[in-house]
Structure formats: structure tokens, C-alpha cells
Write a protein that binds this ligand. Structure first.
Ligand SMILES: Cc1cc2nc3c(=O)[nH]c(=O)nc-3n(C[C@H](O)[C@H](O)[C@H](O)COP(=O)(O)O)c2cc1C
Length: 366
């Protein structure tokens, strides 16, 4: 069966699949979801007016995939041909990781299609920075689709060793020629809980001293936080990034505020939601994050305008992006780059490789 036919078929049966016993649904969807993606035969080029230049890098459209979609450097040519504004590989860690397994399920994932949401508890599976930086170096560049990489201090190391390896990985991606990097400070899916709570400031200082100040060429580094970040936390987080010379911030990652997000889950999908969050925990993604991500980035833009750091600093929005209207709302808030994950796969189910083309269609009727 052709890959695109399979994706269409999957979209039709999705709402019914979630009526199966919760564990059967999780087992069906977990462990690797890229097998239906094959390179589109024709390349789509977004309208030139959607392009933008940040940090001297040209992005040919305002949206790219979020971290975690292409953990091992897969599908660069594919998303470039679809019309993505950039490509983001990773999250990579220094050591290879196989990811989480529980109740006989490897890399647990559950879709909530009626709610346009999902849960996952993957635990950063990836082949490690050495292998993935070589893959990054081998990618054939396509103009207007810069390559970024998401990196993170591996949960398998602690203290000084953890940050040393984080910087070691960043050096490898720098040498591999990536255009920008994103530090994942917000992944809830590791055995140590929430990395942003443990030694964040110390880690960011270390990266400044051993990476930002020692770069052989300028590679912008942004920091990604959770969509559960409280508005009151913004000033301290942003002041830290401004002061240390980081180049941007991304709000943000998946949510562990299960009670709050539950309100956005369709009643038909709450049994599955309850099962997943009780059994695995993990992060909630998709539409339930739409308002939080917009609120966080809007406040961050206000703070940025008042704070005026000396470096070129950008704010990126991730969480619940599905339509051109969402991108317009980001722009209204002063945001020029977006990332999507859950919405991308929902749109792929409907439009296959025309996923960006369809998204940008509505930009023409303004
Ligand atoms: C299956 C899956 C795996 C993810 N893996 C990562 C990851 O490795 N690193 C990361 O920073 N975020 C990861 N995320 C979070 C996304 O990058 C994004 O922040 C989140 O899904 C919210 O965006 P969305 O509402 O468009 O899905 C993952 C999300 C999903 C659904």
C-alpha cells in the first residue's frame, strides 16, 4: 500500500481505534511513527513573502517541525520538499538511549484525535550525539531550510559530567555545520523528573563559558522550556538568558499539568487519557497547549521589548499550532517562528505531503 494511502486510512480509523481498551490503543501507536513517511516526488516552494531572516539565517516560511519528530536526523529532504521553514533534528543526548518501556510497551504514545491532542512517554530515545552529528554533517543542504538540532544533558549523567557531555555534543553539531541549536530544558519524560528544576542556572552558565564564548563560528542557541512555565517565572528566566548571551527562547514543550489539560480532552477520550497519565505520566501535546503557548510568548515578547538585550534575541512558539490562524496569532504577538508536532501529523493525515501547502493556502486570502 502507498504511504499516503496508509496515512489516509489511518485518519479514518483513528476515532474508532480509541474505543479499544486503552492499553491496546497505546500498544498500537507506540514505538516509532515514521515508517509511513516517504520523500514527496515534487517539491513545494512557499510564497516568497513568507520568508524571514533571523540571526542572519534565511527561513523560507514561519514554521518548522518541533523537536522529537526526527530524533536521528531522518527526513530532512522530505520536510524541505514539503515547504518547512527549517528542520529540527533531535533531541540528541551524548549517549545512545533506547527510551522508556513499561507494561511491555516500548516508547508509549497515545493519540486523542477528537481532542487534536496526544500523550507520549518516550524518554529521549536516540542514537547519541556522535552518530547523529555525523548524520547532520552528511545532509545535503536545501536553500531556505536551515538545519537546527535539539540537544540536552543526558539524564544518564549527573552534575559536572552531565554538562560536560552536553557541551561535548554541542561541539559535535557545531562542527557538523548545523545552523542553530535548541537546548531542551523541559522534557518531563526522564526518570529524574523536570530538568528545569535541577541546576538550570548552573548548567546555562557552564554552556555559556564552554560553548557560547568559545564558538569557532556563531551558531545561535535557544533554550526550550515547558508550556507549564508560570507567567511569574518569565522575568527571571528571560533575564538569565539575556545576561548569559543566549539567542532565543522557545515556549514550549509538552505539559504534565494533567488536571488542567484534561479539560480540553473530549469526554470520549478521557478513559484513555486517564489510563495513559496514570500508567506512564508523560507529556500532553497538541490543542490543549494552544492558549498557554500563545500567552507565554506574548508575555515574553513584552518583556523582551522592555528588557532590550544587546544580542539579537528571538522568541519561538510551540504548542497547539494547527492552522494559519494560529500562525497569524503568533505574528500578532510579535513571534516570527513557530514549531509544530501534533498538528503536523493530524494535517499529514489529511493532506499528506501538501501539509505546508495547505497551511499556507489561507495566507493568500488575507
Ligand atoms: C512523540 C513526541 C516526542 C517528542 N519528543 C521531544 C523531544 O525529544 N524533545 C523535545 O524538546 N520535545 C519533544 N516533544 C515535544 C514537542 O517538541 C512539542 O514541544 C510538543 O509536542 C508541543 O507541540 P505540539 O502541540 O505542536 O505537539 C515531543 C512530542 C511528541 C508528541
Amino acid at each position: 500500500m502507498k504511504a499516503s494511502t496508509l496515512a489516509r486510512w489511518e485518519r479514518k480509523v483513528r476515532p474508532f481505534l480509541t474505543k479499544l481498551p486503552p492499553k491496546a490503543v497505546v500498544a498500537q501507536y507506540s514505538a516509532g511513527r515514521l515508517d509511513f513517511l516517504a520523500i514527496p516526488p515534487e517539491a513545494y516552494v512557499p510564497p516568497a513573502e513568507l520568508g524571514r531572516t533571523l540571526w542572519g539565517i534565511h527561513f523560507r516560511s514561519p514554521i518548522m517541525n518541533a523537536a522529537g519528530m526526527f530524533k536521528n536526523g531522518e527526513c530532512y529532504e522530505l520536510v524541505a520538499r514539503q515547504g518547512a521553514g527549517a528542520y529540527l533534528g533531535g533531541t540528541g543526548t551524548w549517549n545512545p538511549r533506547t527510551g522508556n518501556e513499561k507494561e511491555g510497551i516500548h516508547l508509549p504514545f497515545a493519540p486523542y484525535p477528537r481532542s487534536r491532542a496526544a500523550s507520549n512517554w518516550l524518554g529521549l530515545p536516540n542514537d547519541g550525539d556522535e552518530v547523529n552529528s555525523q548524520r547532520a554533517a552528511g545532509l545535503q543542504r536545501i536553500a531556505g531550510t536551515p538545519i537546527g538540532w535539539s540537544v540536552m544533558g543526558s539524564p544518564d549523567y549527573q552534575g559536572e559530567e552531565k554538562v560536560r557531555h552536553l557541551v561535548g555534543g554541542m561541539r559535535l553539531y557545531e562542527q557538523a555545520g548545523v545552523d542553530f541549536m535548541e537546548i531542551n530544558e523541559s522534557c518531563p519524560n526522564t526518570s529524574h523528573g523536570k530538568p528545569q528544576d535541577d541546576d538550570l542556572a548552573r548548567r546555562l552558565h557552564y554552556v555559556k563559558e564552554l560553548f557560547l564564548e568559545q564558538q569557532s563560528r556563531k551558531v545561535p542557541v535557544i533554550v526550550k522550556f515547558s508550556n507549564d512555565t508560570q507567567l511569574e517565572q518569565l522575568p527571571a528566566l528571560l533575564d538569565l538568558l539575556f545576561e548569559l548571551g543566549y539567542d532565543g527562547v522557545n515556549f514550549g514543550n509538552s505539559s504534565t499539568a494533567y488536571d488542567l489539560r484534561r479539560e480540553s480532552i473530549d469526554p470520549h477520550e478521557r478513559v484513555l487519557y486517564h489510563f495513559f497519565t496514570k500508567t506512564f505520566g508523560g507529556g500532553v501535546t497538541g490543542r490543549p497547549l494552544k492558549e498557554s503557548s500563545l500567552e507565554l510568548v506574548a508575555k515574553a515578547v513584552e518583556y523582551l521589548k522592555a528588557g532590550r538585550p544587546t544580542q539579537e534575541f528571538h522568541i519561538i512558539r510551540t504548542g497547539g499550532i494547527e492552522t494559519w490562524k494560529d500562525i497569524k496569532e503568533s505574528e500578532g504577538a510579535g513571534i516570527s517562528l513557530n514549531q509544530w508536532f501534533t498538528g503536523y501529523f493530524a494535517a499529514f493525515g489529511e493532506h499528506q505531503h501538501e501539509v505546508y501547502q495547505q497551511l499556507f493556502q489561507d495566507s493568500k486570502i488575507e
